[in-house]
Design a protein around this ligand. Structure first.
Ligand code: ADP
Length: 439
């Protein structure tokens, strides 16, 4: 537009030269000339008017653009302020600290929560100043670690133990990642600091508990094993003496004395069984599991052989689905099935026992179920029956037992990394389920 105005100006000089006086020529010529000059002046005026219009339009346009630019600037400023406010909020309000460091790991910014934790100002903490809160050896390691990360660009995740000026120890988890420019060079690092002191304390006390628990468990197992072992010899000798007394004094014993000796013998037998099952319980997993591929059907066949007298006596019918090969300690797996089947037969109802064993698998486990048609169990006792020496029946003649069977089952299953539980209702039979991890 401006170029067209320049064109007009170059063609029409602003100041026309003044006409000669008196004007030359006839009045007609003078009139013609005047009319021509007037026409030229009009044309020039029209041009000037047009160029004025153009300038005004350009000015309006420029004004409009300026207005828009100012509005843009205001918007950018607002956005910048919002971003800054958000950043400050993140830095100051959230419970973990934010940090920014240069490519070598020298601290450039740390949010107030971290500065509060180490009791330093940003200027004191800058660079590697904050490492004065670490033990000297650790501070040296941190520098080395940063050298490594600055070289490799590998993300950082580490825990420091920090001591504040009052000597209070805090554990801090630091995570950081490099920020790279387009060519891929590290321009800075950003990360977080998280005070994990409480979590660390909890983990340590938990670990201490676990240590104590496994120590006392081991001691208990050792104790049970030694005691049951050592008790066997005197018990055998008591049983032997009672038998000897009975034989040598056979004719001289009256009925009461003879009954007393019978009682001694049956108590000795009971105690013998108790010691045996206690020993079996204590031995589960004592020397580690001998894990191998066990065809469950073969294990079950062995157990059914051992139980054949009880099966015949009670008229029990035991069926099973196709059973899998599992990774287990074969002896313990046999013991587990034996205990569950013995119970299914022992706690039978009036009708002969009908037991079915099934197995299905999830992604990670094999789930076995042993379902019987026995007397069932009240759900309020579901936990109790897995505890050692806990029995629901005192009637020894009808339901003889020691209360060790299910506790042993639980121990066997848990040693294998599985779980045991049941579904049952009084009078409605029981289903004992247990899981074993799939390799
Ligand atoms: P025990 O059979 O020697 O008493 P267990 O530890 O094997 O010891 O069982 C604990 C208790 O759980 C038993 O006393 C019994 O009351 C109950 N129980 C176990 N299995 C069954 C079952 N299949 N049906 C009903 N009750 C059962």
């Amino acid at each position: 537009m401006s170029s067209s105005r320049e064109d007009t100006q170059s063609k029409l000089p602003l100041k026309p030269s003044s006409p000669p006086y008196p004007p030359a020529g006839t009045p007609g010529e003078i009139l013609d000339r005047r009319q021509a000059e007037t026409a030229e002046l009009r044309q020039r005026l029209a041009h000037a008017d047009q160029s004025l219009h153009q300038s005004q339009a350009e000015l309006r346009e420029a004004h409009q653009r300026l207005h828009e630019a100012l509005a843009n600037l205001a918007r950018t400023e607002t956005r910048l302020r919002e971003t800054e406010q958000r950043f400050r909020l993140i830095g100051e309000e959230i419970p973990f600290g934010i940090w920014i460091s240069d490519p070598r790991g020298a601290l450039e910014y740390a949010s107030p929560s971290f500065l509060e934790l180490i009791r330093m100002t940003l200027d004191e903490a800058r660079g590697f100043g904050w490492t004065r809160r670490l033990a000297p050896e650790l501070a040296r390691l941190v520098r080395q670690q940063w050298e490594h990360h600055a070289r490799s660009g590998q993300e950082l995740e580490t825990e420091y133990s920090i001591r504040d000026p009052e000597g209070r120890q805090r554990t801090v988890l630091t995570r950081g990642k490099p920020v790279r420019n387009k060519p891929g060079e590290i321009t800075s690092w950003v990360g977080i600091h998280l005070d994990i002191t409480a979590r660390k304390r909890m983990e340590m006390s938990l670990a201490e508990h676990v240590r104590k628990l496994s120590r006392s468990n081991a001691e208990l197992e050792q104790f049970a094993s030694v005691v049951s072992h050592d008790l066997r010899a005197p018990l055998t000798s008591i049983g032997g003496c009672a038998q000897l007394l009975k034989e040598t004094l056979r004719d001289r014993l009256d009925a009461d004395a003879s009954e007393l000796l019978d009682n001694i013998q049956s108590s000795v037998e009971h105690m013998g069984r108790l010691i045996k099952s206690l020993l079996a319980y204590a031995r589960v997993g004592k020397n580690g599991l001998k894990l191998a591929e066990c065809p469950t059907e073969r294990v079950l066949a062995g157990v059914l052989m051992d139980l054949r007298a009880a099966l015949t006596e009670t008229g029990a019918r035991i069926t099973h689905d196709p059973l899998p090969i599992v990774q287990a300690d074969e002896t313990l797996l046999g013991q587990l099935f034996q205990n569950l089947l013995e119970n299914a037969i022992k706690y039978r109802s009036e009708s002969p026992p009908v037991v079915h064993i099934s197995a299905k698998h999830t992604e990670r486990h094999w789930m076995f179920s042993v379902k019987d048609n026995g007397i069932g169990i009240d759900p309020q006792h579901f936990e109790k029956i897995f505890q050692i020496f806990q029995r629901l029946h005192r009637d020894e003649s009808r339901y003889p037992g020691l209360g060790v069977g299910l506790a042993t089952c639980k121990k066997i299953v848990e040693e294998h990394g599985g779980q045991i539980w049941l579904e049952s209702m009084p009078g409605g039979g029981s289903v004992f389920h247990f899981s074993l991890p799939r390799p």
